[in-house]
Design a protein around this ligand. Structure first.
Ligand code: CP
Length: 310
């Protein structure tokens, strides 16, 4: 039985149209039901082998791809730089070819280099899924975010979504902007100029420097982490200053008469982009995103491996 769209790879949201996004979200809704059963397993990918090739740290994405693959009855191998021959200087090309020579059906890759998942498709004949490549895209994160908004708010078309923080370094923001535009939601980006990419006006979103303006407008407030590993603090005067201007502080939250759905891709910097008390208050949505990640990744794995390409 073919998957939702029958694509061989998932490299970016840009390659999906609105209908394909909705098919994946519908498929994820069916798979979410599997996670609520006492026996959380279906035989959909029995006999298939999936490798998690994670060359950058990850908690949520790596674990949820592993759980998703196991719930579909696939065999899973986990692979990290530190315990592999990559640490001895082996190239990604040779590593990919070595993995696939073992009869692997799909590689899920997280890496620092934008475009590496695309390159990998030229070196291996199995499916490749992008689990976050540098500052480029994180397509399954955007899909799980859309899934969460749709389930919580009833629909996506016409939703006002404000994305706040380090837009420049954020693959999550890029994938979400593409995805939200495709399904007819409206996007506002909230950040100091120094954390916005060049040519931001071409991204299909309104831009503001005022979090309070965004809070008046939005149905969903999507907070991003300040990426300490990619940004140095010269981009803004101090973390304290950033929090005062762009953080969802307790005072700001308490003042709101109409509270938006607050989302965060994780990991959170409590006390920076979100006050710890607010994070606790909205925890069910943020952990809901994590649960949605399993269902969405089941849908994506089934899409790339359940059809004729598998
Ligand atoms: N949201 C996200 O990608 O989290 P991880 O880095 O923990 O996978």
């Amino acid at each position: 039985m073919p998957g939702a769209n029958g694509h061989k790879h998932l490299l970016s949201i840009s390659e999906l149209d609105s209908e394909e996004i909705y098919k994946l979200l519908d498929s994820a809704r069916s798979f979410a039901e599997v996670s609520n059963r006492p026996v959380k397993k279906v035989p959909a990918l029995r006999g298939r082998t999936i490798v998690n090739l994670f060359l950058e740290p990850s908690t949520r994405t790596r674990m949820s791809f592993e759980v998703a693959a196991k719930r579909l009855s696939a065999d899973v191998m986990n692979f990290a730089t530190s315990d592999s021959s990559l640490s001895k200087g082996e190239s990604l090309k040779d590593t990919g070819k070595t993995i696939v020579a073992m009869g692997v059906d799909a590689v899920v890759i997280r890496c620092k280099s934008a475009g590496a998942p695309h390159l990998l498709t030229g070196w291996v004949d199995c499916s490749v899924i992008n689990a976050g490549d540098g500052m480029h895209e994180h397509p399954t994160q955007a899909l799980l975010d859309l899934f969460t908004m749709r389930e919580r708010l009833g629909g996506l078309e016409g939703l006002n979504v404000a994305i706040v923080g380090d837009i420049d370094h954020s693959r999550v923001a890029r994938s979400n902007i593409h995805a939200l535009n495709k399904v007819g939601a409206k996007v506002m980006l909230v950040a100091p100029r120094s954390l916005l990419p060049e040519r931001v006006e071409e991204m299909g979103a309104r831009v503001t420097g005022s979090l309070d303006e965004a809070l008046d407008w939005c149905d969903v407030l999507y907070l991003l982490r300040i990426q300490m590993e990619r940004v140095n603090q010269s981009r803004f005067p101090s973390l304290r200053e950033y929090t005062l201007q762009y953080g969802l502080t307790q005072t700001r939250w308490n003042r709101l008469k109409r509270k938006p759905l607050v989302m965060h891709p994780g990991p959170m910097n409590r006390g920076v982009e979100i006050a710890s008390g607010v994070a606790d208050e909205v925890e069910s949505v943020i952990t809901g995103q994590v649960s949605a990640g399993v269902a969405v990744r089941m849908a994506v794995l089934y899409d790339v491996l359940g059809g004729s390409h598998g």
